[in-house]
Design a protein around this ligand. Structure first.
Ligand code: FRU
Length: 885
């Protein structure tokens, strides 16, 4: 979808002041927060990391703390959105100059001194044992094929446009779009520019609203806005205009920058906020505004603001009337200027150096009250939910240390537990049913990388997250589990929805290579890395994982979070092939299939002596992504180390003291259930997601396959195994789909018939069915097929089946041994010659047959030789019929 930029970037929708008395907040205490690094006690593969270069920085993401018991002092002075030092924006990217003369990006870039005191915030880098191993993972092949451009049809299907979506636009297909080399087809991605975290997710009036961190004018992180997409079914998305409120460009430089960082939205059904008409609810967004207004330098610059809306498109920023002052570095207190007041008018929780004023009767300032008891400059990513037990709103907010707040009305917030032993970006507390019980648990997501299971209860008078399971040598470290075992899922957020359904999505990328960042090397030098933009190009950089329903399940190891891709994806299944097979090291049941956009499920029961079961996807002669289960170790691998040429992939690098390598094998332990393993694999244009262990194990990886890498290979090593699989190509929500559902059914029917063998059917009609099946199968996996050629293939196959059944000499009694692969029946390497003219098909049919067109003659997606052979068969069949008459 095309995003329309507003022509008039004037401040919109200012409303009259709504004075709300400042609630008494907890008086600030202490100076700097002390952060304890947790021990890593999850099931992740053991990682040996080189010693951090900057020893005071917690490694990796928040969520991947250093394995150290050292206490880390975090300064309150530094603002950070993540630990990376960003490069200056590319010339084409618009800079928003800040009041103090710095560009946005300069502002983001921290001084080394600041950086050292800043909690790191990137998702964890890949586990790499030996830095140098990177060099040899993929054979250096000078003649490696370059990624090719592919033609994209970007029409929006009718089903894609949500009703209320007045602003949704059918995008024009411009040249740039057509040449886009990589574009997800059934995963949501923003049409242009940069995106990161999902934001403001809320279900409202029959529509799912997905906002996201957005910079439309470049493909690196920039001055952030909120992008907006809407769906009626979680699968078809329409991208909308950026709401004025969330458009960073609205705020002129004289007011300072105003970047819109991550946050959430709720449906205030009962109008607790009073923003809506009586008896009607509406939406309230709560998010982080970052950036310092004019006249306020240094110190914290992240605060939580609110806005409300009745349609999700037009938002109003209320004036809450809080009385705040600014405290400079020397401790001097300043009244806010009118402009600063305006800037802060909809802020519900401000940073520690813009505290609430305490005044005497004459209005003189006699003190201040900080709204952040931790006084920590990393204060962002509020996620709000309704807490039924205490009948109030709860906010989890972090960016650094985790804090909880409560509110009756979304406007006045009271500090609850300050859990500064948990350091994370984008925190969220899910309230989830334990499957098969009446029980519910709270699951704390640490930015979608880790989770803890426990309860949310009052401890010493404050609402606190209390983990169920403690661990570690002294039993005082909470059990933290992997939410995703691979690197490309971050900043998880779920939709606010009233009926208890919890649907979550993640940004499908990783700060380590998402943008072109500058990172410090072990020798102190700085290197600017080319991230995935190398492959994605300059049009867009951002995509999101599959939507997943969340719940909690009991496993032999204890309670675990279950992430099940939403059932709505089933409607995207187009051509489906299913089978029961015996897998060995010779046959490939998926031979003949060409696809980079599919869903695959397999269940298999390893035998004694079975060593591994392997699925190779996105495969050509030289490259592939390999998903395999090692029966002996119980480890599942999703290995992208040979997915592309090393020199074309993002470069290996040292970041926050850890080596990061893109071409890497990722693993997860997966136990068998009743002697079986079940895997769900979702492949889109440039991503692979694998779900295992009853959806308690998830691995999400970006891969950048060459355009001819569309083959699959499925086999087992060691004793053969019984398996059931289903393979389905997936529709695109971005363009018109060739509907192969009818063909899918006919193929299944024909395959079943063919597997039962010729029996006493005539040679000719059986051969004709074989040929028609072959042609139809090849047409189904030919990217050049059209709706017409698919319909004709289906018609031909239907006729071949009818013809066959009409030509049995006696009832079938023989059931020969089933072939193991679809291509055992045929060699399906020949690609059909596809014609688009129905008239040709009809005329071919009429030549070949005096009565009903035969399967072969109407098998329009066939090679000429096959067609001629089929015609001969058809003539023979008709002659035979005449003889019989
Ligand atoms: C996480 C994050 C958030 C922040 C946003 C800025 O990816 O760093 O903490 O709000 O991105 O874009």
């Amino acid at each position: 979808m095309k995003v329309m930029k507003k022509e008039n970037n004037t401040k919109a929708n200012l409303i009259k002041s709504m004075a709300v008395p400042a609630s008494a907040m907890m008086v600030l205490s202490g100076a700097s927060a002390v952060i304890l690094a947790n021990d890593d006690v999850n099931l992740a593969p053991v990682i040996e990391e080189p010693a951090p270069v900057e020893s005071v920085i917690p490694d990796g993401p928040i969520g991947e703390p250093v394995e150290s018991s050292a206490e880390i002092t975090v300064s309150e002075e530094t603002e950070t959105y993540n630990s990376q030092e960003s490069e200056a924006p590319a010339a084409a990217e618009e800079e928003v100059p800040a009041e103090d003369g710095q560009s946005e990006d300069q502002q983001k870039e921290e001084t080394p001194e600041e950086a050292e005191q800043t909690p790191a915030a990137t998702p964890e880098p890949a586990p790499v044992t030996e830095p140098d191993a990177a060099v040899n993972t993929v054979p250096t092949d000078a003649a490696a094929p370059a990624p090719e451009a592919t033609v994209q049809k970007t029409e929006t299907t009718a089903a894609a446009a949500p009703a209320a979506n007045a602003k949704a636009e059918t995008p024009a297909v411009d040249k740039e779009q057509e040449e886009e080399a990589y574009r997800e087809q059934y995963h949501f991605s923003n049409e242009k520019g940069w995106s990161n975290d999902p934001n403001g997710m809320v279900y409202y009036n029959g529509e799912w609203h997905l906002f996201f961190q957005y910079y439309p004018d470049g493909v690196n992180h920039g001055p952030m806005s909120w992008g907006h997409a809407v769906s009626k079914d979680l699968v078809h998305w329409a991208e909308l205009d950026i709401p004025d409120t969330f458009n960073a460009a609205l705020f002129p430089s004289e007011d300072g920058t105003r970047r819109h960082f991550s946050g959430s939205a709720v449906y205030d059904k009962d109008n607790t906020s009073g923003f809506f008409k009586d008896g009607q609810g509406g939406l309230v967004a709560v998010w982080t505004v970052a950036g310092r207004p004019a006249g306020m330098s240094g110190g914290g610059s992240q605060r939580q603001a609110i806005a409300y809306s009745t349609d999700g498109i037009h938002w109003v920023e209320p004036d809450l009337g809080y009385d705040r002052v600014y405290v400079d570095r020397d401790g001097n207190i300043h009244e806010l200027t009118e402009k600063q007041k305006d800037y802060y008018k909809n802020v519900v929780l401000s940073e520690y150096n813009v505290p609430l004023a305490v005044r005497d009767a004459e209005g003189n300032i006699i003190g201040t009250t900080s709204q952040d008891p931790l006084n920590n400059s990393a204060f962002r990513d509020p996620k709000v939910f309704w807490h039924e037990d205490s009948k109030q709103w709860i906010m989890a907010v972090a960016g650094g240390p985790l804090r909880f707040y409560s509110s009756p009305d979304l406007k006045t917030w009271t500090a609850q537990a300050m859990q500064d032993d948990i350091i994370t970006e984008c925190p969220e507390l899910y309230y989830l049913p334990v499957e098969g019980t009446d029980e519910y648990k709270y699951v704390l997501s640490e930015g979608g990388r880790w989770y803890q299971i426990g309860d949310f209860k009052e401890v010493d008078g404050v609402w606190t997250f209390v983990p169920d399971t403690m661990n570690g040598p002294t039993g005082d470290v909470p059990l933290r589990l992997n939410m995703n075992y691979a690197p490309d899922a971050y900043a998880a957020q779920s939709f606010y929805k009233e009926d208890g359904r919890v649907v979550m999505v993640q940004w499908m990328s990783n700060w380590s290579y998402a943008d072109n960042s500058t990172v410090r090397q072990p020798d102190g030098s700085k290197v600017t890395l080319e991230g995935i933009r190398k492959m994605l190009g300059e049009k867009h950089n951002g995509q999101f994982t599959l939507m997943a329903d969340l719940s909690v399940v009991r496993t032999p190891e204890g309670l675990r979070l279950k992430q099940t891709p939403v059932a709505e994806y089933d409607q995207m299944k187009n051509l489906e092939v299913k089978d029961d097979i015996v897998l060995d090291d010779k046959s490939n049941p998926l031979e003949g299939i060409h696809s980079q956009q599919f869903q695959f499920e397999i269940e298999f029961a390893p035998e004694k002596g079975t060593e591994k079961v392997v699925l190779e996807v996105l495969k050509n002669k030289d490259y592939q992504t390999t998903i395999w289960y090692d029966v002996n170790t119980g480890i599942l691998h999703v290995d992208r180390s040979k997915s592309m040429a090393a020199e074309q992939a993002p470069a290996d690098h040292m970041q926050n003291g850890t080596w990061f390598k893109f071409l890497q094998d990722y693993t997860a332990p997966v136990a068998m259930t009743n002697g079986k393993i079940k895997l769900k694999v979702f492949v889109d244009n440039y991503s692979v997601e694998v779900y295992a262990g009853n959806d308690t194990i998830v691995l999400t990886e970006l891969v950048f396959p060459y355009k001819d890498a569309d083959l699959l290979n499925l086999y087992a090593v060691g004793t053969p195994v019984n398996a059931t699989y289903s393979f389905a190509t997936m529709d695109s929500y971005r363009k018109d789909n060739t509907d192969m559902r009818n063909l899918s059914g006919t193929l299944a029917d024909a395959k079943d018939q063919l597997e039962r063998g010729q029996g006493n059917y005539t040679d000719e009609s059986f051969k004709a069915l074989q040929d028609a099946y072959k042609a139809a199968f090849a047409a189904a996996f030919n990217p050049d097929s059209t709706q017409n050629s698919i319909n004709l293939a289906n018609y031909a196959l239907t006729n071949a089946l009818t013809n066959l059944r009409a030509n049995a000499d006696k009832p079938i009694t023989v059931t020969p041994e089933k072939p193991t692969t679809v291509t055992d029946i045929y060699d399906s390497t020949a690609k059909p010659v596809v014609s688009e003219t129905p008239a040709q098909a009809v005329s071919a049919a009429s030549v070949s047959s005096e009565g009903t067109p035969t399967a072969a003659a109407t098998g329009f997606g066939m090679t000429l030789a096959t067609a001629i052979g089929a015609l001969a068969g058809a003539v023979f069949t008709n002659r035979k019929r005449r003889e019989q008459e």
